[in-house]
Design a protein around this ligand. Sequence first.
Ligand code: UTP
Length: 297
Amino acid sequence: MKRKVTKAVFPVAGLGTRFLPATKSIPKEIMTLVDRPLIQYAIDEARAAGIKEFIFVTSRGKGALEDYFDHAPELEGSLRKKGKKDLLNALKSTNMDSGAIAYIRQHKALGLGHAVWCARRLIANEPFAVILPDDVIAAEQSCLQQMVEAYADTGGCMVAAMEVPPEKAPSYGVLDVRDDMGSLVSVNGMVEKPKMEEAPSNLAVIGRYILTPNVLQNLNKIKQGAGGEIQLTDAIAREIEDGRDVFGYRFRGQRYDCGSKAGYLQATVAFGLSRPELRDEFGAYLDEMVSLRQAAE
Ligand code: UTP
């Protein structure tokens, strides 16, 4: 089985209801952390991991995403004329090679598993990565790159895993751990959104996966799971039932759940503070806010 991963699927067809009314006309993935949309962080992470083909699963109302990755000749021309090199470079990072990016429609939001299945013909018969752009991960080495390196040794399927407090388990897919080897764990099973008392561990699956094409076959077979959606975790769990290896990977980095308001705001603060040109002014403002809040209590 080929262990090099060069294709990544970006499922961006969800309704983004937690950010309504903004997401009525703006795709969630276009929302910005400082000055870069969430999708740009995901693309940069994939590129750092050696991904060459980028497959977007989109839906109605996501046109802004396609435009974002298109060239902008008028804008570039005008910046060039004015000698604005920094801004030109910022724009260049959004350009994709011809043919490197593909868009597939998910006609109905039937769940993450269904979104990935929609990309089956483009994935064909090779291992592939899945990146959920609303999980933003700040890390020295890109999270997917860490996983791709680990995957070269393990094969099988691999999901990014993170420790969560028990009361948060019902919001995640949770791993039933067979063997804990440190950054890698082998897995007996996975439960999507368990009740707190039924969670098999404190290791939650977050939005990075490396999957074998078998998972696409499994998606053909499975029925709607938790929340009436076709769950990707159910299709991965099938791999284990069929006797194939599934691993959890404890990545090094800080993950922000930018699909939720609180997570998005936390990420905005963290990424703002990490920018040298903003650190002083923004940091001073935050200090002031904290002092005002304490004084009011
Ligand atoms: P979420 O569970 O965050 O759902 O999806 P959502 O629709 O984006 O947002 P809320 O919960 O309504 O606020 C996780 C990922 O799976 C994709 C989403 O685009 C997101 O990247 N997804 C989800 C699909 O592509 N299709 C679906 O049918 C469901």
